[in-house]
Design a protein around this ligand. Structure first.
Ligand SMILES: Nc1ncnc2c1ncn2[C@@H]1O[C@H](COP(=O)(O)OP(=O)(O)OP(=O)(O)O)[C@@H](O)[C@H]1O
Length: 646
């Protein structure tokens, strides 16, 4: 006889494959429970309900639908070809594969949450397949009988009590001269770039980083290792300069050329963007920046990293900006590429990089930075060991510490995920919301009740209810009506991006281009450049441009396909309203998507979401041209399919 029934508790942040597997298992369990309940109800109605009452049947019907809802994916429709496969995951080339997909591992997926939620209704009988416990048995996690109380996260102190940073980049600016610790040459460069004040996140992080690097390349005063830093601030709030300035300054007194700073980013485009910023601030210094993303051949990249000399190898780069896969290639295959002097490891878009930890790039970097075999020669003097307690012995040898710097607009608050990064006495800088403790509501630094993430103050959020057939028409209407010169439109798959691009092109009157893994890195670079230059009015893109990409003057972000996860929404809409500017975000929603999407945004604390209706009278004038464009699209798609088959 079973004494205990253990109902498993799934944490709120079930993610990735685990969540999928869990979700499937739970959906199966729910289906079994529902079936058992239906059978029970069929037996009961004669006792409880008057004959002919429709309620039990309805109730059973309602319950029957629940498990199906947990599996549904709201991918949105194909632009012009309903019935086409939609939202299919596709591996893009190299590092960008994950970025292309709209399926960012959910930080907290509502679908998973739905699946994890116990079946509703008190006193529901247990399924026949799983006979109930004896009356006197202790039932652990008895979800079937009572609703499980929401588990409050218990956060470590460093996560629960961050250093608060102002969220608004138009307020609380700090004039450059008010942070005199920044090197005069760098101040001059900032001014030359048109920057006269630091944004709040920069004003908080730059002095903290400079202070932790005050001991030069060696451990800080008193032999203490510097804390690793985590920075969570909204999109477009200037996080890049928050690490570029202090890293460049710390490396300026360059005794010998070694890789002392490494920035790892999830996509080639982002890495390129960050290396460009490093180049601006290292210009006219002796510091060299190398970009390793796989855009060039391995041999070409090796030439920028190391040079063979008579007695070994000479390092050519002080700062390396890399994508994780290519970085590991160089650790494995580039003779003389050493990370033994690495002082800063910058992990930008850190939550996304944690998702890519299965590639094991971080353990490889750490192993390369702390070689176990011991070093010979002059550098043996600075041989370092992993962080340890400060003792008289540990401070008698000079040591170069390795400091990890994490940045993201959607930094995870999940200690288990962060633990994978092996952070040393971490310190968090956050624009909130701050979790004040068990049961207390989240409060942001300005005292407002906040949601999960913060958004740029100048961003206006809208949603547009529409049907699958009218989606492309609504896009055309919005673009033609609003007359914005730079619009970024996101789809959930590269097929959708391609078809929408072909359709808008066939419609005419809009300078349109597409951005996805259909194009090679060189072409993608050119497309982004043209978009930045204003030669492209509408860029239809997969999520490859959703994160970090900083294109000046994007006034409108259109979610042609609604994003499935809040994190994806935060990053997509964050391509506009950057650096204190204003911007608009419109999300097209099918009827079936509305409820879930609005709930997701409400939980995420999206401020002032507005409904924007597009009555059919407004769309009507576009219909004749649109239908012509549709037939052109059909022909183009057939032609492409023929070419593919040939
Ligand atoms: N102090 C400043 N004054 C004016 N503009 C700034 C300042 N700091 C950064 N910027 C500009 O703000 C824009 C956004 O900066 P950045 O790309 O670093 O944002 P971010 O916080 O990294 O955004 P995301 O989370 O989307 O990657 C850039 O164009 C940058 O040049």
């Amino acid at each position: 006889m079973a004494l205990f029934h253990v109902a498993r508790y799934a944490g709120p942040e079930a993610a990735g494959a685990e969540a999928d597997a869990d979700g499937r298992a739970r959906a199966l369990l729910q289906r079994l429970q529902c079936r058992a309940r239906e059978r029970e109800l069929q037996r009961q109605p004669l006792q409880q309900e008057p004959a002919g009452s429709a309620e039990p049947a309805q109730a059973a019907g309602k319950r029957r639908r629940r498990p199906r809802r947990t599996r549904r994916r709201e991918g949105g429709g194909a632009p012009a070809s309903p019935g086409e496969p939609n939202g299919k995951r596709r591996r893009a080339d190299g590092e960008d594969a994950g970025a292309e997909s709209s399926e960012e591992a959910p930080e907290e997926s509502s679908v998973a949450a739905d699946a994890a939620r116990p079946p509703e209704g008190p006193g529901g009988p247990l399924p026949e397949e799983a006979p109930g416990p004896p009356a006197q048995a202790l039932v652990l996690g008895d979800f079937g009988r009572s609703r499980a109380p929401k588990v409050q996260p218990f956060l470590p102190v460093w996560l629960a009590e961050p250093s608060c940073v102002g969220k608004n980049v138009t307020e609380g600016l700090v004039p450059i001269e008010d942070i005199p610790e920044v090197h005069p040459d760098l101040q001059k460069k900032l001014r030359a770039q048109g920057i006269s004040s630091y944004f709040p996140v920069q004003a908080a992080v730059i002095p903290a980083l400079l202070e932790s690097a005050a001991g030069g390349f060696l451990v800080s005063r008193g032999g203490y290792w510097p804390s690793d830093l985590c920075v969570s601030a909204p999109t477009g709030s200037g996080k890049t300069l928050a690490f570029v300035i202090p890293v460049v300054q710390a490396l300026l007194p360059r005794a010998v050329c070694q890789v002392r700073a490494l920035a790892v980013l999830p996509t080639k485009e982002l890495a390129q963007q960050v290396s460009k910023v490093f180049n601006v601030y290292t210009d006219a210094t002796s510091l060299r920046v190398a970009l390793v993303t796989g855009q060039k051949s391995l041999a070409k990249e090796q030439e920028s990293l190391v040079q063979k000399t008579a007695d070994g190898f000479r390092c050519l780069a002080d700062i390396v900006v890399a994508t994780p896969g290519r970085l590991v290639d160089h650790i494995d295959q580039t003779p003389g590429f050493s990370l033994q002097h690495l002082r800063f490891l910058v992990i930008d878009e850190a939550d996304r990089m944690i998702d890519s930890m299965h590639q094991s790039w971080l353990p490889r970097v750490v192993a390369a930075a702390f070689p176990s075999g011991g070093t010979r020669g002059p550098s043996a003097l600075l041989q370092r060991t992993r962080p340890q307690a400060v003792t008289a012995a540990s401070i008698c040898c000079p040591q170069t510490p390795l400091q990890k710097l994490l940045f993201s607009a959607t930094l995870t608050q999940n200690p288990e995920k962060l633990q994978q990064l092996g952070l040393f006495q971490p310190r968090l800088f956050s624009t909130g919301p701050v979790r004040r403790g068990l049961g207390a509501p989240d409060v942001d630094v300005d005292g407002d009740l906040g949601g999960k993430y913060l958004f740029p103050a100048g961003l206006a959020h809208h949603y547009v209810p529409c049907s699958l057939r009218s989606k492309p028409l609504v896009v055309l209407h919005l673009i033609l009506e609003m007359k914005f010169s730079r619009v970024l439109c996101f789809t959930n798959s590269r097929e959708n991006a391609h078809r929408l691009f072909l359709l808008v092109q066939a419609f005419g009157g809009v300078a349109v281009a597409e951005f996805s893994s259909r194009y090679g890195p060189g072409q993608r670079k050119m497309i982004l450049k043209q978009f930045e230059q204003g030669k492209i009015q509408l860029l239809v893109s997969t999520d490859a441009t959703a994160r970090g990409i900083d294109v000046q003057g994007v006034q409108l972000v259109l979610n042609y396909d609604a994003p499935q996860y809040l994190r994806t929404y935060v990053h997509r809409v964050g391509r506009t309203a950057r650096a204190g500017k204003t911007g608009q975000a419109f999300t097209l929603l099918l009827k079936v998507q509305e409820r879930r999407f609005l709930r997701m945004l409400a939980e995420g604390g999206v401020p002032g979401l507005q409904r924007h209706d597009t009555p059919s009278e407004l769309l009507q004038p576009l219909v004749p041209r649109y239908e012509e464009a549709l037939s052109q699209l059909e022909r183009a798609v057939k032609e492409e399919q023929k070419q593919k088959a040939a």
